[in-house]
Design a protein around this ligand. Structure first.
Ligand SMILES: [Zn+2]
Ligand SMILES: [Zn+2]
Ligand SMILES: [Zn+2]
Length: 348
């Protein structure tokens, strides 16, 4: 560790060792160790202080009493439960494993879901953000954005880029011209992506019913549509949604949908639902914006037989579980909230 790093608020290795030795020899070490083990090695446990009592309501007898005063540090440690790997590696691993089993159960059975669910129509869908202007991209052995070498945008910058960016190049995801790039649109789209997803789920129910020749209410008496989604951050800082969409009988995964509500109906209804979904932003100084999905849409069947032309249940469950614990940092951007504040006047 360099001298500079030691002054960065981090203890030096000597201080760290001394701290560790003091801890191991402290009287409450065994109890502290068992509390840490109970949190699963959480990196940021919550320190609770207080007391609890279990009292017999009839007799008033105290059946059990506990106070954190008796704990080594006067606190009870509880796992933070944060699912982002960048915040707590231990808790995010627990969440990832739980997610995998939950998604796997929803695809093939387990946790109260019967095996027959494997026969229900299921697709793996990727919904994307629209383009807000060209950005630098990694294209294996090809140039980033080949254009005529002397063509300039209105800001005097080259409209093309003939570099072959390496996968870790910091330019990746950055606009070719920051002044041409629609940052306002990109920020508004990201802020409303959750709302846009909700509109898509409503539009899909409407479209499924419409293609089946009935009202939404009538469709709901025959079949139910379920969703499980995760967001994946791209290099340009915007998210993609990956989702599993499944059709069940009217009471959920325990019963099959009718024969006419099959894989064909599900995959036919998704594209028009994606195109119809839109969110209009509330009025502000930026005006009112109508936000929609990007043109890229990927729909793939989830199959029992992984050798067929589709995705296996296990692969899909692993994919969803992986992205459930990743934040923006996985794509090389930052993983914390940004805020704007005015800088002090340079003259004052
Ligand atoms: Zn934790
Ligand atoms: Zn480039
Ligand atoms: Zn420009």
């Amino acid at each position: 560790m360099s001298k500079e790093e030691q002054h960065d608020g981090q203890p030096s290795s000597d201080e760290w060792m001394a701290d560790l030795a003091r801890l191991v020899n402290a009287p409450g070490y065994k109890r502290w160790q068992s509390m840490v083990a109970a949190t699963g090695g959480c990196g940021h446990p919550v320190h609770l202080a207080g007391q609890s009592m279990i009292v017999d309501a009839g007799t008033g007898e105290i059946l059990h009493a506990y106070t954190t005063d008796a704990e080594p540090s006067g606190h009870l440690l509880v796992a933070c439960g944060n699912r982002r790997a960048s915040v707590c590696p231990a808790c995010s691993q627990t969440y990832q494993a739980d997610t995998f089993h939950l998604i796997r159960a929803g695809l093939s059975s387990g946790k109260g879901v019967p095996e027959t669910v494997s026969a229900h129509p299921r697709t793996f869908v990727t919904l994307t953000a629209p383009s807000f202007g060209p950005v630098h991209a990694h294209r294996d052995c090809r140039a980033c954005r080949p254009r005529k070498r002397d063509r300039l945008c209105e800001h005097g910058r080259l409209v093309g880029c003939h570099l072959r960016h390496a996968p870790q190049d910091e330019l990746l995801g950055q606009p070719i011209c920051p002044d041409c790039y629609d940052y306002t649109g990109a920020v508004l789209w990201q802020a409303h992506a959750g709302g846009l997803w909700h509109r898509f789920t409503l539009a899909l129910r409407q479209e499924l019913a419409g293609q089946a020749g009935m009202t939404r209410r009538a469709f709901a008496q025959h079949a139910k549509v379920s969703f499980a989604k995760v967001a994946e951050y791209q290099r340009r800082g915007l998210i993609h949604f990956h989702a599993i969409i499944r059709l069940d009988g009217p009471n959920g995964p325990t019963e099959p949908p009718p024969d006419w509500a099959g894989h064909h109906l599900l995959t036919q209804a998704i594209p028009p639902a994606v195109h119809q979904a839109a969110v209009t932003t509330p009025p502000s100084s930026l005006g009112r914006w109508t936000l929609t999905w990007g043109d890229q849409l990927d729909i793939r069947p989830i199959l029992l037989d992984p050798s067929a032309d589709g995705l296996s249940e296990r692969a899909v469950a692993s994919y969803i579980a992986k992205y459930a614990t990743k934040g923006a940092e996985a794509s090389g951007t930052i993983d914390h909230r940004l805020s704007c504040r005015a800088l002090p006047d340079a003259d004052g």
